[in-house]
Design a protein around this ligand. Structure first.
Ligand SMILES: Nc1ncnc2c1ncn2[C@@H]1O[C@H](COP(=O)(O)OP(=O)(O)O)[C@@H](O)[C@H]1O
Ligand SMILES: [Mg+2]
Length: 344
C-alpha cells in the first residue's frame, strides 16, 4: 500500500519560491473504510497531535498503520512530507546537506597596475525534508522509522522535546538552530517484530511520542476493507476473509497472513469470477499461491504447504456447508414457529 490509497493526493506547489518543497497535499479517499475501531484510533491520534505530541502506530504488517497515518495526516489539513525508514539514511539525508560551493570574485583594480583578487566561498545548503517540515509547519509521516539507524533519527530528539531542530553543520553561519513551526506534527509507524534485531528502536525517541498499538482489524472491518479494495461483493469477500482468518489461527504465525492476502485473493476473484469455493479452480490456485507461506511448514517450499491450504479449504467448506444447513433449518423453524404457537 502507500500513497496510492489516497488517490486524491497531488504534488503540492512549493510554498517558497525556488522549487518544490517535496510535500504532498492529502485529501480524503473514497477507498478509505471507516469502522468504529478506525474512528476511535483516529480520534485518539488527533487528540494527542492537537495537544502537541507526536504519535506512533506500532504493530504487525497489514494492520492498517500506514493507511491510518495518511488518514490522520489528512485531517490535520497541512501539507505532508513522507519519509520511509531506510538503513542507508544518515541524518544529513533527513536534515540537509551541503550541495556545492558558491564562489564570488572581487577584482579590485583601482590602480590599473594592481589587480587584487578576493575570493569568497560559501557552501550552499539544501534543506532536507525534516528541516523543510520544521520551518514550514508541515506534517511528517515517517513510515517504518525503525528501519533507519538510530543515529539517523537523532534530530527528532530535540524537535520533539524542545521544539528546536539542531543542524550542527549550519552553526558557523548562525543558522544552526531552527525553531520548529507551531503547526509541525509527526506521525511515525513501525513494525517491531519485523525489524527486531536489526535496529533496536531508541527508547529516548519512543519516550517522546505516544505509541498506539495496532492489531488486526475485527472481522467486519476486514470484510469492509476487502470489499472496498477489490470490488468483490460482500458475501464472497466475507468467505475470503474468514478463510484468511482461519489460516492466521492455524498457521505458523498468528499475525500472518494479513489483510493484504484477503485483498489479493478477492481481487483475483473479482477479475476472474467464480465462487469462493475450492470447486472453483481460480480460487483454489489463488489460495494455494497466496496462503501457503502461512503453513506451519510454509517456509520450506513445496507440496506440504499447499496441502495445509487444501486441508483448511476442505474444513472451511464443510463448516460453510454446516452453517448453510443450520441456517436453512433455522429458517424452517422460523417458518414453523407461528403455526406451532397458533396451534396451541
Ligand atoms: N481503513 C482502511 N481503508 C481502506 N483500506 C485499508 C484500510 N486499512 C488498511 N487498508 C488496506 O489494507 C492493506 C494493509 O494496510 P497498510 O496500511 O499498508 O498496513 P500496514 O502499514 O500496517 O502494513 C492495504 O492494502 C491498505 O490499502
Ligand atoms: Mg505500512
Amino acid at each position: 500500500m502507500s500513497v496510492l490509497a489516497f488517490a486524491s493526493h497531488a504534488p503540492r506547489a512549493a510554498e517558497s519560491p525556488g522549487g518544490d518543497d517535496g510535500s504532498i497535499a492529502l485529501g480524503p479517499s473514497n477507498a478509505f473504510v471507516t469502522s468504529p475501531t478506525v474512528r476511535e484510533i483516529t480520534d485518539r491520534a488527533l487528540a494527542y497531535l492537537e495537544a502537541g505530541y507526536a504519535v506512533h502506530f506500532s504493530g504487525p504488517a497489514g494492520t492498517g498503520k500506514t493507511t491510518l497515518a495518511f488518514h490522520v495526516a489528512a485531517q490535520l489539513g497541512r501539507p505532508a512530507i513522507l519519509l520511509h525508514g531506510d538503513h542507508e539514511f544518515g541524518s544529513s539525508d533527513l536534515i540537509g546537506r551541503e550541495s556545492g560551493y558558491r564562489k564570488s570574485r572581487v577584482v579590485d583594480n583601482y590602480i590599473s597596475s594592481v589587480v587584487k583578487l578576493e575570493e569568497e566561498g560559501r557552501a550552499l545548503w539544501i534543506d532536507n525534508r525534516i528541516t523543510t517540515a520544521c520551518r514550514l509547519g508541515h506534517s511528517i509521516i515517517y513510515d517504518e522509522f525503525n528501519r533507519s539507524k538510530p543515529e539517523a533519527n537523532n534530530p527528532f530528539l530535540s524537535i520533539l522535546s524542545e521544539g528546536v531542530l539542531n543542524v550542527p553543520a549550519l552553526h558557523g553561519r548562525g543558522e544552526g538552530y531552527v525553531n520548529v513551526h507551531p503547526q509541525f506534527r509527526a506521525i511515525f509507524t513501525s513494525n517491531p517484530a519485523e525489524y527486531a534485531g536489526v535496529y533496536a528502536t531508541q527508547d529516548a525517541l519512543l519516550d517522546r511520542m505516544v505509541t498506539l498499538r495496532f492489531g488486526h482489524y475485527d472481522r467486519a472491518a476486514e470484510i469492509a476493507i476487502t470489499v472496498s479494495k477489490s470490488g468483490l461483493d460482500r458475501d464472497r469477500a466475507a468467505r475470503v476473509v474468514d478463510l484468511v482468518r482461519l489460516c492466521r489461527s492455524e498457521g505458523r504465525d498468528p499475525n500472518y497472513p494479513t489483510l493484504r492476502a484477503s485483498i489479493a485473493i478477492a481481487r483475483v476473484l473479482a477479475a476472474r469470477g467464480g465462487e469462493a469455493s475450492f470447486r472453483n479452480p481460480v480460487f483454489l490456485w489463488a489460495c494455494r499461491d497466496i496462503l501457503s507461506p502461512a503453513a506451519p511448514n510454509g517456509k520450506s517450499e513445496g507440496a506440504a504447504s499447499s496441502a495445509f491450504v487444501d486441508l483448511l479449504l476442505r474444513r472451511f467448506e464443510s463448516a460453510a456447508v454446516n452453517d448453510e444447513a443450520a441456517t436453512r433449518s433455522d429458517r424452517r423453524r422460523d417458518l414453523q414457529a407461528p403455526q406451532l404457537e397458533g396451534g396451541t
